[in-house]
Design a protein around this ligand. Structure first.
Ligand SMILES: Nc1ncnc2c1ncn2[C@@H]1O[C@H](COP(=O)(O)OP(=O)(O)OP(=O)(O)O)[C@@H](O)[C@H]1O
Length: 281
């Protein structure tokens, strides 16, 4: 790259705001991670944010099912150059876009320089159009899931008050803490039978983190157990549109308002996310 082109690139990076990259994850499957991701995206869209969801749950991605849409292309087609990112993104309700990405990120060690450059270019183009990127990562701690988290700006750790879900959530936190002690995790307790149960669970979990990992864990909120969530899943229609006045929908909106109100962490956007993934692959 010549000096002028490098300068232009630098100016572009300095002036264009980058989207916040938020990874939603859990220790155990089935705790409500995908439900939270899609409904958080809608709540963010309602506040005027431009949101895209990357479904990174390798093999088990179900964002499409939850919004009742069908994607023709996935991230793998973008990586191979068969389609452009703008044509692969599917438009969901309230203008939220999503892309199935999981398997396209497998075996990153084998990506060619050409593929990396292509994805970088597509991510750079894409990040101008979004304020928030939500990564729906798989549950648990495979190498690839851990890389997604380490490369993100912040994480939402979802658990239920069940002891097994809490133990698995703690394992995720501990593993990430080991690799990136500064990683900002926000805790969400889902499927609480009461506000008191949710608060007690969060307080207890925060205490354990403080005692054994010497770290603060931000509490992002709780979501009540609500039959409307299952009804929405059966209808393949997101909860926030199916039952916007339900307890669960209101609690998800509260989580989002609080998150939006927090000062965002410095971000290198989607292109930075890719650079970090490539560096740790
Ligand atoms: N607040 C809630 N109240 C009642 N049911 C809920 C709530 N949140 C999630 N569920 C139910 O829990 C089940 C799992 O939800 P979801 O698919 O979002 O979990 P997940 O963590 O993404 O699972 P997986 O790891 O398998 O992808 C669904 O049947 C959903 O309806």
């Amino acid at each position: 790259m010549d000096q002028a082109a490098a300068l232009r690139d630098l100016m572009k990076q300095a002036t264009s705001p980058k989207p916040r990259i938020l990874a939603v994850t859990s220790g155990k499957g089935g705790v409500g991670k995908s439900t939270l991701t899609i409904n958080m995206a809608l709540a963010l869209a309602k506040t005027g944010k431009r949101v895209v969801i990357l479904d990174l749950d390798v093999g088990f991605g179900n964002i499409e099912t939850l919004v009742g849409a069908n994607a023709t292309y996935s991230f793998a087609d973008v990586k191979s150059g068969d389609v452009l990112m703008k044509d692969a993104l599917v438009e969901g309700p309230l203008g939220v876009r999503f892309l199935s990405g999981g398997s396209g990120f497998l075996e990153m060690v084998r990506w060619s320089e050409e593929e990396i450059a292509r994805v970088h270019e597509q991510f750079q183009e894409m990040e101008q159009h979004f304020d928030v990127v939500l990564l729906d990562t798989g549950a648990g701690m495979t190498d690839i899931q851990m890389s997604f988290l380490v490369a993100a700006d912040e994480g939402i750790l979802v658990t239920t008050p069940e002891p097994t879900a809490l133990t698995d959530a703690y394992s995720v936190l501990k593993m990430i803490h080991h690799h990136r002690p500064d990683f900002a995790f926000h805790l969400v307790v889902n499927q609480c039978v009461s506000l008191m149960e949710g608060r007690q669970t969060a307080t207890q979990f925060q205490k354990v983190c403080k005692e054994f990992l010497q770290r603060e864990l931000q509490f992002a909120g709780l979501i009540l157990k609500d039959d409307e969530v299952n009804r929405a899943v059966k209808r393949q229609y997101p909860l926030l549109l199916h039952a916007p006045k339900s307890q669960a929908a209101k609690s998800i909106e509260k989580v989002v308002y609080d998150l939006v109100g927090m000062p965002p962490r410095p971000t290198a956007g989607l292109s930075g996310f890719l650079r970090k993934l490539v560096a740790i692959r």
